[in-house]
Design a protein around this ligand. Structure first.
Ligand code: CMC
Length: 443
């Protein structure tokens, strides 16, 4: 969708809300902005200049930090769309490469565009050989997310010819490099933790097959990627590709708003994703299921999740935006059964346990009242474990798949002629000015 300078402004300039300061009786008219879908927004850009007030919204629960034409979520109805296409349709009919193209360019590619895009991504899959030395600097037991933050940030030091953010061609090359090299970087982080040799990318394989090959192949024997496994991997990548202005995407946008290069910005996004309230939840779900262990212990954990004095939360449940079943969880729930069937793991006890936990939680008044439903992470961990990934790699896979979303959002911001450095303000609650105390007079 074409972006115009005044695309955000309501065509009817009479659409305003009135703000009244009840202490002085003064009033101001604030414009209402309308998107194509979703709640309208009150334009407070001139609020401080015109009124002297800030808005106060820690956690940004009521704040639209930007406008965007990439992803739409209706959390009440459980809808997720990329560029107008439902996530269920993309997961069913598209490939991750097509979704990457869609997010970056706004339309699904025709055959020629798809082939050219895939060629460009394939062409960039190798890492600069010098970058291997970075891995050797890490302890073997480092968390692979720690390695990801370091190595992706270090890309800024290697690919100088794609760090000029004012050049559209360099922005495109940086985008393709990040999408292409992320699987290589992630697989190498895993290999390093095992003490196995790095496996170089293979350009005759699809994106998902290549990643699985680099992760699980060893030089001494042939490794054949099972088509069903590659398809499941590709679907997981699609489901994690973008999710509008979540914590890590906002981090990438804020880092990029100062003009920082895209490799550094994506490294910042990876750091933000790492936390257990965000991308780290899939790892936490599996640990929780292992801790619960048996169906008999589920009520005990449900009780703990409801106890205000217990910090325990049911991981994989609840979402800031979805107040209905997360549509990605619905796709993965189905996928989970298919993959486990295909791998001959139909009786996997963890899946059984997860299904029972979901059933009990969905029937529980507390979870219903607070609209806490399973989110994408509830089922992804079970599939990833079945595919052979250790829990420490789960968030890495999320980062790999989300890279296209980060970079598409970053690109959209850089190409917006109205973009400015992000600089929130605060409600200061510290001391007012007070006299300096010399050290010998301090208590
Ligand atoms: N288990 C038990 N209670 C919960 C849970 C949970 N998983 N999630 C929220 N609540 C309760 C919470 O205690 C609070 O209760 P009260 O109103 O009585 O204080 C209420 O529900 C609202 O919670 P909140 O923390 O104010 O909601 P939020 O929008 O700030 O947090 C969340 C959203 C995802 C951080 C939270 O639901 C959570 O911690 N879930 C578990 C972690 C998880 O699965 N994260 C993955 C998110 S999806 C992947 C992604 O997009 O990154």
């Amino acid at each position: 969708m074409a972006r115009t300078t005044d695309s955000r402004t309501s065509p009817d300039s009479k659409k305003t809300v009135t703000l009244t300061d009840n202490t002085t009786g003064r009033t101001w008219e604030l414009p209402i902005l309308e998107g194509t879908l979703g709640p309208r927004a009150i334009d407070v850009r001139r609020l401080y200049a015109d009124t002297g007030f800030f808005t106060y919204d820690p956690g940004f629960t009521s704040t639209a930090s930007c406008d965007s034409a990439i992803t739409y979520i209706d959390g009440e109805k459980g809808i997720l769309m990329h560029r107008g296409y439902a996530i269920e349709d993309l997961a069913e009919h598209s490939t991750y490469m097509e979704v990457c193209y869609l997010l970056l360019h706004g339309e699904l590619p025709n055959r020629q565009q798809r082939d050219e895009f895939e060629r460009s991504i394939t062409y960039h899959t190798m890492l600069h050989e010098q970058m291997m030395n970075f891995y050797r600097g890490f302890r073997r037991d480092s968390h692979p997310m720690a390695i990801m933050v370091g190595v992706v940030g270090a890309m800024s030091a290697f690919y100088h010819d794609s760090t000029d953010i004012s050049d559209p061609y360099q922005r495109m090359v940086a985008s393709h490099r990040l999408i292409a090299k992320m699987p290589t970087i992630a697989a190498m982080a895993y290999k390093y933790s095992l003490g196995q040799p790095f496996v170089y990318p293979r350009n005759d394989l699809s994106y998902a097959e290549n990643f699985l090959h680099m992760t699980f192949a060893v030089p001494c024997e042939e490794y054949k990627v099972r088509p069903a496994v590659a398809r499941a991997m590709d679907r997981i990548f699609i489901l994690h590709a973008d999710h509008e202005q979540n914590a890590s995407t906002s981090t990438v946008r804020i880092a990029g708003s100062s003009g920082a290069n895209p490799f550094a910005c994506v490294a910042a996004g990876i750091a933000s994703l790492w936390g257990p309230a965000h991308g780290g939840a899939n790892e936490a779900v599996l640990k929780m299921l292992q801790e619960i262990g048996t169906k008999e212990r589920i009520p005990e954990f449900i009780k703990r999740a409801k106890d205000k004095d217990d910090p325990f939360r049911l991981m994989g449940f609840g979402h800031r935006v979805y107040k209905n079943y997360d549509p990605r969880a619905a796709v993965l729930r189905k996928s989970c059964h298919e993959v486990l069937d295909e791998l001959g793991m139909r009786d996997e006890p963890l899946l059984d346990l997860a299904m029972e936990l979901e059933r009990i939680a969905l029937e529980d008044e507390y979870f219903n009242e607070k609209k806490l439903f399973p989110n994408v992470d509830f089922y992804s961990g079970i599939i990833l474990q079945a595919l052979g990934f250790p829990t420490s790699m789960f968030t890495v896979l999320f980062a790999l798949a989300r890279t296209v979303g980060w970079i598409a959002q970053w690109k959209e911001m850089i190409e917006d002629p109205n973009h400015r450095i992000s600089r929130p303000r605060q409600l200061y609650i510290g001391y007012p000015k007070r006299p300096y105390i010399p050290i010998d007079q301090r208590k």
